[in-house]
Design a protein around this ligand. Sequence first.
Ligand SMILES: [Zn+2]
Length: 396
Amino acid sequence: MTICKSCLLSDMHPAITFDSQNVCSFCRNFSTSPPFKYKGKTSLMKLLAQLKSARRNHEFDCLLGLSGGRDSSYLAYRAVHDWDLRPLAYCYDNGHMPAEIKQNIKKVVQKLGIKLIYCSNEVEKNRKLFKALFDAWINRPHAGMIQTFCIGCRGGINKFIPKLCQSDHITHLLDGSNFYEDTSYKLALFGIHRNDTEAFRGGGELNKIHRQLVWAIANQFARNLHYAKPAIIINGISDFLHSFKPKAQVIYPFYYEKYEEEKVITTITRELDWHKPTYAPSSWRADCDLAMVKNYLHLKLLGFSDYDLFFSNLIRGGIIDRNTGKKRLQAVNRILLNSTQKIVEILKSYNLKRASVEMFQTLTEKTFTSVKKQPISKLTYNSSSLSRLTRRLSEE
Ligand SMILES: [Zn+2]
């Protein structure tokens, strides 16, 4: 197996190539054409000053998306302490939030003295929807379709944020995303390849990719009759229609100043008494149980997960060195691979069909050892990633 000399990606990653020095195409592209550039603290301060001035006769300066995860908690802290903003925090409970994360939200709101709108209207609906999607998926498991388990948040953003903005005449939303969270391999699992640089910058290319992705997912729905359930169809239509609603203007403060991961963790721990769920493999992506399920499945079935990309991106961005990244990735993967019992516990909490849980256990137990007995061909229909996957599995 080839592993990049600069980052942590291996040849199992879809659409990756290596040069004669064993440096991967992602690292090579990054050094010749950096996909992003920080806009600078001065620009951020100018933008926030304009916002505050425009909002001086209102109760709130902006909405702030608060998931209870590490970055949004840190964002709330910075907004109040460093930028002197009066945000209205908004949390959409997607139905998959760990108990510790809900506690974090309470602590953030209390310690910072900010108002919170907590929307839990769709918890039951989202949990039922996951059950329907998983029961369908497990009958014809396709690696690209694991991303459809992201249930709730998209609707929560597109449906409720416009309403909130309207009622309080709010125009802007603060978002704690950073440059390093890119997970483009999910497109490649459908055979969609994109220009990394374009995807970071947005624009026309991104719309085209989005259309391709919607088409690929619809195609899978059509090939698996288990997806033909009213809950899934209605949700798909609703998500589609809400995506056309007018949106708040989003400000991403971590696109302006360098993302300092260590400072994020120490600040929220010290100032906000923030805790990750004990079973979560990392503080990143710890705010959703289904994120853990997805990462577990990706790691088991493909040999890598979002964490491989995240740590590799942090290395490329100079946030951590390769050795630190490697150690952290190994630790995260070890926890994830030993989390089968916890994953089953999470799945069972959705009242999945017993047969689905059994099929899941068989799928994840045998993937590494008996390629021929497993319907690996159903995991992906991209022929190049399939051959790579099969090759890796036979080497195990
Ligand atoms: Zn690399």
